[in-house]
Design a protein around this ligand. Structure first.
Ligand SMILES: C[S@@+](CC[C@H](N)C(=O)[O-])C[C@H]1O[C@@H](n2cnc3c(N)ncnc32)[C@H](O)[C@@H]1O
Length: 269
């Protein structure tokens, strides 16, 4: 297969990546055959997987709108993914806000495509950075000059923490980020869970690791709630994706009681 113009040299087109698999699930066009096959394998095991991805995007939209209304003027979106419909900077614009948005991801295609769509607007940037090394990530964020750590920050961690194994100490990485920002900051997290449908979660996790070489770590409600430790959870707390402040029927991509994703937003006092 020829390398498309949007795929930087060095990207292994024979190995699925979480960013591209997710793009395939959402019907995007920045993915390869291996990614589409991986997404199809997952959807055969769990047929509502595409709806889970849409449900996650709908939570992203609602929570970003909530944070803009709460007065957040700078966002750090980590594990931001390949741009698709309803990106954070677009939601911010729709809300009439001038907030800065910094996207960070480890996937070179996600970063390259983000940069391509952000050209010409210096309120928004994209950097390559790894959540597993928060000190280095924060250094890269500071180097952009786009996020002022003396002012409240909206930290966004949508559908990324379940890609970190327990060995990578996800709670400690989140704690390091929370420590770096001042009072008035918020954190929004969505995370795959084994709290509902534990058998589907186990099957999907095992299949992804074996067939795609991508570890997906479904966590308990307690482990996900602990990611907000010490901050004040806004209502309704840590809940299934479709139950976090639904705005309309179009937010109901999934049946409550069956979502494989939990979500929450918290504020630093
Ligand atoms: C499932 S996508 C989620 C995209 C977007 N946040 C959303 O919720 O729609 C997960 C993203 O996290 C990125 N990612 C995985 N591990 C990461 C890490 N250690 N540091 C930064 N990004 C990471 C992947 O490259 C991918 O783009």
């Amino acid at each position: 297969m020829d390398r498309p113009a949007w795929a930087p040299a060095g990207v292994d087109m024979g190995q699925p990546s979480p960013a591209r698999m997710y793009d395939a699930l959402l019907g995007g066009s920045h993915n390869f055959e291996v990614d589409r096959r991986a997404a199809q394998r997952g959807s055969r095991l769990v047929p509502d997987l595409p709806r889970l991805a849409l449900s996650n995007r709908a939570f992203l939209r609602r929570s970003v709108r909530f944070l803009v209304e709460a007065g957040v003027t700078q966002f750090l979106d980590i594990g931001s993914g390949i741009p698709t419909a309803g990106n954070v900077h677009e939601i911010v614009q729709e809300c009439g806000s001038d907030a800065h948005v910094l996207y960070a991801d480890i996937d070179p295609i996600a970063v390259a495509h983000s940069r391509a769509i952000l050209v010409g607007d210096d309120r928004y940037r994209a950097i390559e950075a790894d959540l597993r090394d928060p000190a280095d990530l924060l250094k890269r964020v500071v180097a952009t000059g786009l996020v002022d750590f003396a002012q409240p920050v909206g930290i966004l961690l949508f559908a990324v923490l379940h890609l970190l194994s327990d060995d990578h100490l996800p709670a400690a990485k989140v704690a390091a980020l929370r420590h770096a920002v001042p009072g008035g900051s918020f954190i929004a997290i969505s995370h795959l869970t084994s709290a509902q449908r534990p058998e589907d979660a186990a099957q999907l996790g095992a299949s992804s690791a074996a067939a795609n070489g991508v570890g997906i770590h479904f966590r308990s409600r307690a482990a996900i709630t602990a990611l907000f430790d010490g901050w004040e959870l806004v209502e309704p707390g840590v809940v299934e994706l479709p139950l976090w402040r639904p705005e309309s029927a179009r937010d109901r991509h999934e049946q409550p009681g069956r979502s494989l994703g939990l979500a929450g937003v918290a504020c630093k006092a």
